[in-house]
Design a protein around this ligand. Sequence first.
Ligand SMILES: Nc1ncnc2c1ncn2[C@@H]1O[C@H](COP(=O)(O)OP(=O)(O)O)[C@@H](O)[C@H]1O
Ligand SMILES: [Mg+2]
Length: 342
Amino acid sequence: MIRGYKGGVVIVSHDRYLLDVVADEIADLEDGRIAVYPGNYSEFAFEKQTRLLRQQQMFQIQQREISRLEEAAKRLLIWGRTYDNPKLIIRGKAIQKRIERIDRIDKPVLERRRMGLELEGWRGSNKVLEIRDLDKVFPASDGMDDKIVLAGLELLIWHGERVGLVGPNGAGKSVLFRLLLGQDEATGGDIVIGPSVRTGHYAQEHETLDYSLSLLDSVRRAAPLSESTAVAFLTKFLFTYEQIRSKVSTLSGGERSRLQMALLTLTGANFLLLDEPTNNLDIAAAEVLEESLADFEGTVFVISHDRYFLDRVVSRIVELDEGSLTDYPGNYSDYQNQKRNA
Ligand SMILES: Nc1ncnc2c1ncn2[C@@H]1O[C@H](COP(=O)(O)OP(=O)(O)O)[C@@H](O)[C@H]1O
Ligand SMILES: [Mg+2]
């Protein structure tokens, strides 16, 4: 729709895939200034990095030039005064004028402060998850028929795999996760989680958070940390000192996501069940998550609609539709190609 639209369109979005498909110009708002880049998101990301490195080079060259001139001016002024030579003083002052007139290149911020997410993980059972003939039916209520959500599901996930779970709204993805977590009971079939597998859960609606606790207490309830260690830990996740002592309920959606990530790292899990983890994250935080998942020594099963994230993280997609699963090797783009050619 956007591509076919005749007028101009301005989109505010964290959806990098959408921006890649429809945008032909990116405006980057940072530190109160806007910079415009031709091209889509991927081109922007590359060009921004290139510009930053170029600016860094120019900045260093200019700094060297300025120190050289400053040295020269200083020498001329000292000689001028020592030998009482006004010509040298005039030359020294002229150089100082020149330095003042230089159009200064800003020092580029190469590394912005980023969320300090480290997902450790560890090697556990080879067979992490095995689902056999799993059914989930919600029984009829007030005049409605039984609701069959999962019908004979089969799935096997091995240690180290990154599996994306996709499917339309209401397909049963969150229900499946609830069954895996033991929060709800299956109607039939088996779920076997490997003996040395510890699951960690990231909940779509942040249900894992206790809104009545402060951030500090949330962390100290999750792990036996001293107050100062807990504060340092939360600071790594970019929370301010005031926020650390405030209640979870005062946080924005993105901040709640960051807190959930923080708590997830304390669980010592080697099997992550992530339900729409990038929904509230800004692009920088999503990239941190992608990188730490890449280094994670463990298994990841992630529900996501973020196609860019899926492309970077998963190597296998399972699609849940009409109660059953279909397996597709590869990332999101591979999945799309296979669907197109099917
Ligand atoms: N406790 C429940 N009782 C009845 N129906 C439910 C219950 N929980 C979920 N459902 C239904 O199961 C279907 C799948 O829901 P869900 O797993 O949340 O979808 P999604 O794939 O979007 O995560 C939906 O139609 C939802 O209404
Ligand atoms: Mg869901």
